[in-house]
Design a protein around this ligand. Sequence first.
Ligand code: F6R
Length: 607
Amino acid sequence: MCGIVGYIGRQDAAPVVLEGLTRLEHRGYDSAGVAVLGTRGIRVAKQAGRVRELTEVLPKRFAGTTGIGHTRWATHGPANDVNAHPHTDESGRVAVVHNGIIDNAAALRAELGDAGVTLVSDTDTEVLAHLVARSDADTLEGKVRDALAVVVGTYGLAVLHADFPDRIVAARNGSPLVVGVGDKEMYVASDLAAIVRHTTTVAMLDDGEMATVTSAGFTTVRHSDLASTGKTATQVDVDASAYDAGEHESYMRKEILEQPTTAQAVLRGRLDDRFGTAHLGGLDMDARDLRAVRRVKILGCGSAYYVGQMGAGLIEELARIPADAEAASEFRYRDPVIEPDTLYVAVSQSGETIDTLLAVQEVRRKGGRCVGLVNVVGSAIARECDGGIYLHAGPEVAVASTKALTNMFLGFALLALQLGRVRDLSIADGKRLVAGLERLPAQIEEVLATESELVEVAHVLAEAQSLFFIGRVRGFPVAREGAQKFKEISYRHAEAYQTSELKHGPLALIDPDVPTVALVPSDELTERNLGALHEIAARSGPLVVVTHADVDLGGIDARRVVVPRNEPELDPILLTIPLQLLAYHAAQHLGLDIDKPRNLAKSVTVE
Ligand code: F6R
């Protein structure tokens, strides 16, 4: 989604800002721009297309040591040069970059129009530039405060003003912003990835906070009344190389291959062999609190929602607590009943997905307890929750999520184990699952080692215009995630269905041109699953079956993909890994830009 980078210091700002923007490229965007404040005021260059294209056409004399830049993912108005950020006021003395959405933009545009202002773009952001310019406050902070006082919506924004050349003012409400501290130079960014090569000393802004950033340092205030919030910077423990694809041809492939290691990271120090349980200190819930939970409701979006369904299954199986998952994007709009003895769990890689954040706020507003399963430390959702489980997957750059999802599943397994062991899950079952979890990283490695066998299968699937992914009970969320990954990066229509539901309708679509990827683990439903495969084969539907070695397909004509067996409850994650590779190789076969799928963004910070 949209990205912001700002720089103020001793160097020419434009190259630093543009380099930072390239670090945010994989998050998805359709236009880019930069504004630099030099001795002759503000200059802006912006256009639809890639940062590289903008860099190539940037005028040589684009000098100035203060600058802000943006990658835009169109919301208000199409992706074109005029709608690209930065936006300026009529005098060109104010420049603004903005992530998020101004909900009352239409009304503000009308008011500005009535006041004689000519708006040149279709965007909501442009109003901010005019509002800042029209404020008669005598500081830039005061002008930004005045502008934000009439704005309703979400924003992470950075502002330059030619009358205040020593500073960038940044403000946050619902859209992440981080301030980075260098040596007589400072950075502003919507994501650490943009600045991590320059500094790991950072301050994350909170909602309602504004930062004044000069080359010498920064100060923070509340943007409603400019009262100091006194934020200081801290050192974050990240390795800049984690943000590089290294020798890999894409981030997605790198992240798929990292899974044996990242899976170990989420389990490390959290398993207890002796009592067959897990310890999740970050949950901040003792045994009594855990026993008091009568229901679990998991909230997430997209793939995180599908893993939430896997997690709900695990919790219900192991802890015998009714559990379900719901799309966080729908949750608050149905005025949900919030129960005091329900444990709400928000699950998110980025920790910034606005739909999930708003769902957490809905729960907490009504007095519910919400814990988080979040990858990005210190992110908005992590901070909003009552406690939680960090996923420790490391930075995930590819738009299509892989390693973070695996760690979400493992996080849910740990939670299910802990909830189960304070209830009726036996120590024998607890130990069985602890042992299973300990085996998983090596088994993920085994699946990844079969990659070359999956390439040809992926090429066959890539040729189809439309395909099904089917599974039952534990396998159904796996099918949903498999279809999601496939459609996201290969742009093929992929539909997930419960295997049991196929004959109630979609079987009508099965023919030699519509392949089905079927999840058939060795479990109590194997025979039932095989029955459905016969029905598909009888209609000449091509089949790829992801299964265990002991499952006999009984002469059904299918390509077999075999994964190792673990404990049945933990099967979903091993069944998921080959589906990541199938999607990846299908997209590669089709020559698509895997890390930057069209229309999508890594972190969806607008509703
Ligand atoms: C799919 C994908 C998305 C995200 C969803 C939630 O590969 O990445 O469906 O899972 O947008 O994002 P987070 O987990 O950051 O809340």
